[in-house]
Design a protein around this ligand. Structure first.
Ligand code: GLN
Length: 264
């Protein structure tokens, strides 16, 4: 059978979970298994090897975990169920962060680093000198793998928010857990595969912002900036925690990043 035919068959199987993305997902699965060309022959044995991946996807596991990697800001990142899947929403935070970096302002703390997608991208695209912190040892190991994969090195520290972080930074970036209890209870099947530790922000979703707002000043250099991702409805609540801050919208006009500048 040729790859194109296999693509059709896999797409048919994936329809119940992937809907109209079934064909694209079939292409991704085939490519991840080394089949790039539509007219390449695929043997029965090769097709068999794809079955466990298809089964995992059919059980509702997100494609990104099944593939074991995903792209963020045009860079490849390993992912598994110990870390959140990098989301396009978070690219807005990276876009906001990059112009703030310079030769003299390159010390960056990526708090709640997860897969490391924010910090590693800032190291690759902005020459940042990155410290990546997370409470999860698995996340830190993944960040290190992703740094290596992208040809940079980052310093990792196991820390519950700022608790074990040392030093001061020009830029602190953070995508904390921010879902409310209600959102957690209502989360859809795919979110159930992601680590609750990385999603749940306390009853009202704001626990991490409260702690960040009280602790960040000690870790920010004069002239530095704190950039935090927020949920779409959290602008007012998080904004109220900081004396002066600015909110940056995503391309759909939804508020997604809070920027707090520390004046010189
Ligand atoms: N953006 C994620 C979601 O809504 C949540 C990520 C987070 O809690 N940091 O699914």
């Amino acid at each position: 059978m040729i790859v194109r035919k296999a693509e059709q068959r896999i797409a048919e199987l994936l329809k119940p979970v992937a809907g109209e993305d079934a064909r694209t997902e079939a292409v991704f699965l085939l490519r991840a298994s080394g089949f790039h060309s539509p007219y390449q022959e695929i043997t029965e044995t090769d097709a068999k090897a794809l079955e466990p991946l298809i089964e995992r996807r059919l059980s509702g596991e997100p494609l990104q975990y099944v593939l074991g990697e995903w792209e963020f800001y045009g860079l490849p990142f390993y992912v598994d169920r110990t870390v959140l899947i990098p989301r396009p929403d978070t690219e807005r935070l990276v876009e906001t962060a990059l112009p703030l970096l310079s030769e003299s302002k390159r010390d960056v703390l990526d708090l709640c680093c997860g897969s490391g997608c924010i910090g590693v991208t800032l190291a690759v695209c902005g020459g940042a000198n990155v410290t990546a912190a997370d409470v999860s040892a698995d996340a830190l190991a993944m960040t290190e793998r992703n740094a290596r994969r992208n040809g940079v090195s980052v310093q990792t520290v196991q820390s519950d928010l700022f608790d074990s972080v040392e030093g001061a930074f020009d830029l602190i970036v953070c995508n904390p857990p921010y879902l409310t209890r209600e959102e957690m209870d209502a989360r859809d099947a795919s979110l159930r595969f992601e680590p609750a530790l990385a999603l749940f922000g306390g009853e009202d979703g704001l626990d991490f912002y409260r702690r960040i707002a009280s602790d960040y000043p000690r870790f920010l250099k004069p002239g530095g900036t704190l950039l935090i991702e927020i949920g779409m409805t959290q602008k007012d609540a998080v904004g109220a925690m900081f004396e002066r801050c600015e909110c940056i919208d995503d391309y759909g006009g939804r508020p997604r990043v809070i920027a707090v500048r520390n004046d010189d």
